[in-house]
Design a protein around this ligand. Structure first.
Ligand SMILES: C[S@@+](CC[C@H](N)C(=O)[O-])C[C@H]1O[C@@H](n2cnc3c(N)ncnc32)[C@H](O)[C@@H]1O
Length: 214
């Protein structure tokens, strides 16, 4: 019997979102420290770098901006994150790294950019914290250029349902993250994609997605 249990969407999206937002306000400093000192997180994030392509790049939910500091010098970079403290810490990190990007506070569900503006959208370890998978994905698709690329990293079940990776995925769910059927979601939004398991016994996935239809 399969141990894969996808999450239901929250009944109260606003309360769900506010809960995460309050948490990030409390932990922004600790989060920044953890990303900088924990080799495993940095190693996961760096898997996204070779797939970023084109001229204009949007990172949705950049957190404290670690990944962005690694690629911002090579592209025209924009970023949006819901949490004001994360945005402030990311601005400081980019400035210390001597790179720049247009960073704003806002939600993935209402991106303040024109249709088709970006060649690549980057999204790491954040999608499972969004209250509506379809609203978030529709907005990401809207701002992507025709044949644009989405580089999405998040927790999900290992394809081979190994015991440790499956339990790790359950742990994220217990912690409040929403594990979705990404195969269905990406296909429904017109993507062709490669799903690479990059760590956590197959529970950390990198989806490299190409828009195929509008
Ligand atoms: C776990 S952190 C990931 C940060 C970073 N991408 C990383 O990999 O370290 C999740 C981030 O998503 C942001 N976030 C949560 N809900 C959001 C929303 N609706 N729109 C935009 N950002 C959101 C949070 O503020 C937080 O910075």
């Amino acid at each position: 019997m399969s141990r894969t249990r996808y999450s239901s969407e929250p009944r109260d999206a606003e309360a769900f979102q506010d809960g995460f937002d309050h948490t990030y306000t409390r932990i922004a400093g600790v989060y920044d420290f953890a990303v900088k000192v924990l080799p495993v997180w940095k190693t996961w994030l760096k898997h996204a770098l070779p797939y970023i392509t084109g001229r204009r790049v949007l990172e949705v939910s950049f957190g404290t901006g670690y990944l962005m500091t690694r690629y911002a010098s090579q592209f025209e970079v924009y970023g949006i994150d819901l949490n004001a403290r994360m945005v402030a810490v990311a601005k400081r990190n980019l400035s210390r790294a001597g790179v720049s990007a247009d960073l704003r506070q806002g939600t993935v569900e209402d991106l303040p950019y024109d249709d088709g503006f970006f060649d690549t959208v980057v999204n790491t370890m954040a999608f499972s914290g969004y209250p509506s998978a379809t609203k978030a994905m529709a907005e990401i698709c809207r701002v992507l250029a025709p044949a644009g690329r989405l580089v999405l990293m998040d927790i999900n079940y290992p394809a081979n349902e190994n015991w440790i990776g499956t339990r790790l995925t359950h742990c994220w769910q217990y912690a409040g993250d929403l594990v979705r059927n990404m195969d269905r979601l990406l296909a429904d939004h017109g993507f062709e994609y490669e799903d690479v398991e990059i760590g956590g016994f197959g529970s950390v996935h990198l989806y490299v997605c190409q828009l195929t239809e509008r």
